[in-house]
Ligand binder design. Structure first.
Ligand code: F0G
Length: 496
């Protein structure tokens, strides 16, 4: 008997749904014209949650490539008792995600005003597809597998599409990704193409892509497409594991601060849920503070939370304030615009959950501009393993908060570096040499690719009918039945 349910986060609704159903918003609220997100909730008294976090250490010895060992090998599923929404271990889709490093950045710490030994960098770029998204994708693919999905889709600023494409190809599902034309870094585009996803370049930005993919996955259920964006509550269950690994790397002690970039606001939402549950379970005695850092050119949470004072208010947050802020942005034709393309998002879908996380973690929100992001990205490259621009916003934001006296120089600070340095090599080369590789490439002569595995992106206008036609209408090729599909029997998916 599954102890997990899906539950509406609106305190005036709290409707519940089985985990065997597929929703990305509460159907009951939708009937009243309200858009409310769902959570995965557990009846913890009936789960096998451990009494202490060091319980998980025995798995360091058991990891292998068979049965439970496959799960112990994953940096997400070795914490499976803290996300027990699956019916049986065989439901789990894992590719060995979450085996990431935390660095004690002693050389960098003084540059941002912290005592050496107090700055930690959590390198989520070391995931198989090069970003933190794999933590969430393994959980969402597990749910997709539970409900028998064959086609999965997302809108993306690049990393979600790379991760989705990798998981889709390895689990025999058809991947469809929507990206804003000219909006994503080449490293990320190259991954979606290489992993064989149907790659639609929409004439529009991320926010337009997300509206379209929701239309095809949610409004057009007949197309049978499972939505993988972070409005999918199962994604966030997997992303909780980033925090479990942070605690693990600190020998199960709680840092003073967690600093994370904010785009669609799924990651910070997952962190808030992780700590709230750990506290409820008595597995930690205090909750760290949260700092969400946005780019100045894509800063709705900063504007609403820090400037206008929007608060969670036990779930009854001021939705009129949000609506009028977005209306003003629309009237002024303000679109998200930042060098940190991963977080170039103007209408974050997880805004409500982010407000809740800020409440649970006594959080703050700051913004940093593009030149500052690039300076701190270079510092992470100089004194660490490097990261992509959006990730460096954390280090820049941490320094700002130390200067403000919000973070004390003796406090411990964990900055989440969400994406690998090689995701956006163009930004790095331009910073160091002044050469804009992207414009050079745009002018280069093109030939029609003829390789057997060539997978060209498809340019599509921001138009629903054109999009449905581009994905083959109701007949998207199902890779799980094509002759080129991997030998599923040989894969670590539902092997036991
Ligand atoms: N950092 C990186 C490298 C990202 O790719 C993203 C989001 C974020 C931070 C922001 O995380 O959305 O949970 O607040 N990228 C998404 C994508 C939107 O499509 O790849 P968030």
């Amino acid at each position: 008997m599954n102890t997990a349910i899906q539950q509406c986060i609106n305190p005036d609704c709290h409707a519940t749904y089985s985990v065997d159903e597929v929703h990305v918003a509460c159907p009951r609220c939708a009937e009243q014209g309200i858009s409310s997100l769902l959570d995965i909730e557990y009846d913890w008294d009936r789960t096998a949650a451990p009494k202490s976090l060091d319980y998980f250490e025995h798995r360091w010895m058991t990891k292998g490539d068979k049965g439970e060992g496959t799960l112990d090998f994953s940096g997400v599923w070795r914490f499976r008792e803290l996300m027990p929404f699956f019916n049986k271990p065989g439901d789990i889709v894992t590719i060995g995600e979450g085996r990431t490093n935390m660095q004690n950045a002693k050389l960098l710490a003084p540059y941002i005003g912290l005592t050496p030994g107090n700055l930690y960098l959590q390198y989520e770029g070391l995931n198989p597809s090069g970003s933190f998204k794999d933590n969430g994708m393994t959980a969402a693919f597990t749910h997709a597998h539970m409900v028998g999905a064959k086609r999965v889709a997302c809108a993306s600023t690049g990393n979600t599409s790379a991760s989705l494409a990798m998981f889709a190809s390895l689990s025999g599902m058809t991947g469809i990704v929507f990206i804003g034309s000219g909006k994503i870094a080449y490293g990320k585009l190259s991954q979606a193409l290489d992993y064989g996803a149907h790659t639609l370049q929409i004439q529009g930005d991320f926010d337009a892509c997300l509206r379209r993919v929701q239309q095809i996955a949610v409004d057009r259920k007949d197309l049978g497409i499972y939505l993988m964006n972070s409005v999918n509550p199962f994604r966030l269950e997997g992303q909780k594991a980033i925090m479990y690994r942070v605690l693990e790397a600190l020998d199960w002690s709680v840092p003073d601060w967690v600093v994370v970039p904010g785009g669609n606001l799924g990651n910070c939402s997952a962190f808030g849920k992780a700590f709230s549950e750990l506290k409820t379970l008595g597995l930690i005695d205090r909750i760290p503070r949260l700092a969400v850092i946005q780019a100045t050119g894509a800063n709705p949470l900063y504007e609403l939370f820090t400037q206008k004072g929007l608060r969670w208010n036990s779930g009854r947050y001021d939705q009129d304030m949000v609506a009028s802020y977005y209306a003003q942005q629309d009237d002024a034709k303000v679109f998200a615009d930042t060098i940190a393309s991963a977080i170039e998002i103007g209408r974050p879908v997880n805004l409500s959950k982010a407000l809740r996380a800020l409440d649970v973690m006594n959080g703050v929100v700051r913004q940093v501009d593009d030149p500052t992001i690039l300076e701190y990205k270079a510092m992470v490259g100089r004194y660490g393993f490097g990261c992509e621009p959006a990730s460096a916003a954390t280090v820049a934001g941490a320094h700002m908060l130390v200067d403000e006296g919000v973070i004390g120089e003796g406090e411990s600070v964990v900055c989440i570096l969400t994406g690998h340095e090689l995701k956006d090599a163009d930004a790095t080369v331009k910073y160091h040499t002044g050469i804009d590789m992207k414009s050079v490439q745009d002018q280069a002569d093109r030939t029609t690719p003829t390789g057997r595995w060539s997978n060209q992106p498809i340019s599509v206008p921001d138009d629903l009918d054109a999009i449905i036609e581009a994905i083959g209408g109701e007949h998207v090729e199902d890779v799980s039945t094509s002759s080129d599909a991997g030998q599923l029997e040989d894969m670590p998916v539902s092997e036991y």
